[in-house]
Write a protein that binds this ligand. Sequence first.
Ligand code: ATP
Ligand code: MG
Length: 569
Amino acid sequence: MLASKILVPTLRDVPAEAEIISHQLLLRAGFMRKAAAGVYTLLPMGYRVVNKIIKIVQEEMNKADGQELLLPIIQPAELWLESGRWHVYGAELFRLKDRHNRDFCLGPTHEEIITDLVKKEVSSYKQLPLLLYQIQNKYRDERRPRFGLMRSREFIMKDLYSFDRDEAGLEISYQKMFKAYTNVFQRCGLKFRPVEADSGAIGGNRSHEFVVLAGSGEAEIVYCEACDYAANVERAEAVYSAINEEDREKQLEKVVTPNMKTIGEITQFLQVSPEKCLKTLVYLADGKPVAVVVRGDREVNEIKLKNKLECLELELANDETVKELAGVPVGFIGPVGLKNVPIYLDEEASLVVNGVAGANEGDHHFINVNYPRDYQAQLVADFRLVGAGDPCPVCRGTLLSARGIEVGQIFKLGTKYSEAMEATFLDEHGKKQYMVMGCYGIGITRTMAASVEQNYDEKGIIWPMSIAPFQVVVVPVSNKDGEQMKAAQTIYRQLSEQGMEVILDDRDERAGVKFADADLIGYPLRVTVGKKTVQEGTVDIRVRRDGRELTVAIGQVVEEITALIERGL
Ligand code: ATP
Ligand code: MG
């Protein structure tokens, strides 16, 4: 490919709209352009990378017995009504009507369509297991599309669905996918971790996320220093220990706390530590108020709360709503004597002896609050966010935390969809059974962005060889020098003939501009053809990742480059 012909509109300046590095660099290096909020065009360079990732994914899915097909993007509402998700999916679902006023949606994921297909086409245990996948655009009207391809409203996903006879079969399919995902992300050159994950609105009972470690990531994970435990904080289990320095319950007492609204103010004023305080937060769960009580030094894990409440929407109530409900400002609300609002009590908070809590009366708090002596709860469970420093739930070692980007997730769905949609098969005894399902997604475009987050320097992107848009760029220093151009063309042709993906920078630009673009775009290898080539018959090969330069004879270029690629640079 000739650089003068390919559409790579590089930019010198950082686009103002882009906050994180991958978003900035993919725009600057001419890999993509924005069409609307969260909607992007992939330019030739971007699409080449995407296709590289797709090829790796296809190879690994096929190796794990996946069969590729293509499901429709437009899906009829009836199927979503059947599964029960038409009303559950909420505002993220792009809904549309056809000319006959029939409801459709643009697929954000494809459990319904595929379950319907398999239920109609598969009837015997002999046809199972079945692993079907597709690679296609997905549509989600995200609340906050941002970071370019990282959280967009149209994006490319690989989604595979497994259909098994029983749980044991599902476990095998799940393990196959776990391994295939590990291979995919390894081959893409990413530093990642599989972590235990919440299974969220899709349901099911076991899930892992594959998280690429990056400071800009939206996912927060905790992992153990001492063992293999790693989990998304949304999911991470809290380990409880009571504070035992005083086990005798003292008498409940109301004290005056003028204007002391925050945990910080209260602890100072009453000279108590935050872990002795009970923090009460009011949420609206599908519009209904609920109170959550955690220790003063803890935060509420809204995902755990949402799962326990089995609600669709959960939001923190604003000050006015709290005042209306409890008759006091937020800072003075507490579990003792709280009326009309059910209390969801964090297990750790339930163990606090002689705690401090708002008295549901302006400028007053209770001291010596004890559960269950002084208040009751609708449910006592794990409602708190785990963080660095917490004990590991497996080995009691210390947890560390890190940020990352979720590039893939695998779920055990069980019979959730097959029951809702009546997807059954006949087992070896002729008995009807529900198919046992799993679903497995990889964000292809997000994976491209995640790779940039891990592979860049001040000059631009540094693509891993496996997903680079081109492996080598050949740069003649001066276009005007006919001999240089001829040598460059020969090298370009020889490398291409070896099956390498090569670009020849034949543009009539200064050498500095060509070098800067090569660094920005991130080709793993650059071959510079200059005066030396003409005079001494040598070229310089430069490795983008570490700046290494090798001077080799023209006749050796193909061999050297092949060796560099084989050695992984
Ligand atoms: P997130 O928590 O980041 O919203 P998710 O749990 O909704 O992700 P899944 O439904 O598991 O995502 O989708 C599978 C994969 O698709 C994700 O692991 C991610 O790589 C990708 N993905 C999901 N949402 C987006 C998006 N808005 N933009 C780009 N990729 C996405
Ligand atoms: Mg999502």
